[in-house]
Design a protein around this ligand. Sequence first.
Ligand SMILES: Nc1ncnc2c1ncn2[C@@H]1O[C@H](COP(=O)(O)OP(=O)(O)OP(=O)(O)O)[C@@H](O)[C@H]1O
Ligand SMILES: [Mg+2]
Length: 324
Amino acid sequence: MNDSRILEISDLKTYYYTSRGIVRAVDGITLDLKKGESLAIVGESGSGKSTLAFSIMRLLPDNARIVDGSIWLYPEKIDLVRLSNDEMRKVRGRRIGMVFQDPMTFLNPVMKVGDQIAEAIMYHHGCTQKVARKRAVELLERLRIPDASNVALRYPHQLSGGMKQRVIIAIAISCNPEILIADEPTTALDVTVQAEVLELLRGFIHELGMSLILVTHDLGIVAEICDKVAIMYAGKIVEIAETYSLYKSPKHPYTIGLLKAVPTVHKSSSEVGGIKGNPPDLVNPPAGCRFNPRCPYVFEKCLGEEPPLIRVNNDRAVACWLMM
Ligand SMILES: Nc1ncnc2c1ncn2[C@@H]1O[C@H](COP(=O)(O)OP(=O)(O)OP(=O)(O)O)[C@@H](O)[C@H]1O
Ligand SMILES: [Mg+2]
């Protein structure tokens, strides 16, 4: 892994406009990603992980808006937030690929999976359908799908969850993107298949020198493949650190709670690692630190002032008044 930066997100804010009010789903996120690095974004359900991922891809629903901040793509340092839709289409897939949380919202149910991969290849490489179909089968083979040429002729509903997810990975990496964003790529799969798919992903990342942003609520799988972990809570990053040191000595009370709950952080749980309660409503989050209603160490300052994300040493930043 070298040290050059490939993506830099600066004070990003993405809000949803709803009848209930403004949902501050991503509310001032700053982070960077280096070439060949894999970064995990971890947090409970509703913390804004997918909103962050979709903001980078500029694939947000109509009621969402990026209201502030920048997403710089290097080496040119182009700001994806300000790119025209046409220019963004060229970045999507070609330079940044994405594996989605729910395979069926992404795959076309009435199109053979091989053709769906071939379509992506043709779109980006401008090759003939015949060449693209051949490459699609090769990709499926590389993803260790047995009898790949036959599988390519099947429709999504004829494939198992693990196979479908491999097809989606094939589409995402078909154009050899520099960055791959994987949003809960294995959540819908059973544990053994999860491990296989993650192993495949890890292999590809290394082989192709891709950078990875892995979105997950499961800290257990992160240790396997990521160099760095950003912990998200209620639209903000509360701690970011190199994976090993985060596991070894978590600093933020929320991170400590999450780690206690490994490996069984269930999305629907109202209690994470002994931390009672639920994440706040992002229409009307608590004043001060957003974690204060659940924090076992809360003190007066936490109620009134929001802690900034402060670098505490070379590889770690924490947003907690206890650290300052
Ligand atoms: N289309 C939408 N309209 C309004 N609010 C939304 C929309 N999509 C998401 N939200 C809200 O934005 C916040 C962040 O949601 P997001 O889906 O980014 O969380 P997440 O961390 O990906 O959760 P999960 O682990 O369940 O996938 C939540 O409060 C959610 O209810
Ligand atoms: Mg999500």
